[in-house]
Design a protein around this ligand. Sequence first.
Ligand code: PEP
Ligand code: MN
Length: 337
Amino acid sequence: MILELQSDLTPETKSELLMKLRALGWEYRELPPTDVQRIGILDEAVHDEEACRRLPGVVRVLAVRSPYKLASREMHPAGTLVRAGDVVIGGRRIVVIAGPCAVESREQALSIARRVQQDGAALFRGGVFKPRTSPYAFQGLGEEGLKILAEVRQALGIPVVTELTSPLQADRVGACTDIVQIGSRNMQNFELLKCAAHLGKPVLLKRGFAATIDEWLLSAEYLLFEGNGQVILCERGIRTFETSTRNTLDLSAVPLLKRITHLPVIVDPSHATGIRDLVIPMGRAAIAAGADGLMVEVHTDPEQALSDGMQCLFPDQFRSLMQDLRAIAPVVGRVFD
Ligand code: PEP
Ligand code: MN
């Protein structure tokens, strides 16, 4: 429910209204003003529009039908800009996050970071705590990997993104990264979401591989409700009956999300397809569909990569994708240089 307040609202009437809402025990937030001051009622149980209309200072009541509230365009019409260092995600400029699936060594991370930065990546990615299907697969370098990320960030001045998989790592990950990634497997790990929200860093929330858009936005809602408005959504493919690709990239999610939520939306064509040769076409398509950016896996020696080698682009392929984005961006009213 959105309460629109009188244009000549006095501070006294406003405090009377807020006191009333607290007395009713309703969860509410003051919303970014449009041409009027607005208050969002978040409780699902509040349906009585007439009772809301009678509250002091309220002139109009609008029902919010979606189950997520703070993530909706209704409560927050303007697009959110997410900031990491000097990088802004969600503005006119397309933002590319690139790097290996996992940090494997200092040399590997630095050499890939240099290449992708030169060719147009604004942020470097690299997992250090890897959520792997098999316990026998490479699990990431952990703490040592975090130190390497901190070194890459320091040496190249590039902001970094890495995944948080447990609240036990939160302080260290929060200190070493510019954006905290929540992976597909943890999209509905609500305690982890609450913990990530409080790190004071933007959160990149990947879509659960079996999550509907409503479920995904409700996970984003946890982050917003905990007070962290700096959230980026990342479409990374969903599981369908199709087995020819690793996942099925739901590109229609991009324009749909841009309509129903104010949060920036990026696409990961690497995990979505699992096949190197499909990453470039799907990366192009994502930008053409209106995505605010891409997250792409790149490796200087994919054959030897400790994880996801078959979907990592060679640096030259990455460069070619970046050139394509420079051509596509202006067609969809965006900038990429
Ligand atoms: C990743 O980006 O490193 C990753 C594990 O992706 P996802 O969570 O989408 O599977
Ligand atoms: Mn990967």
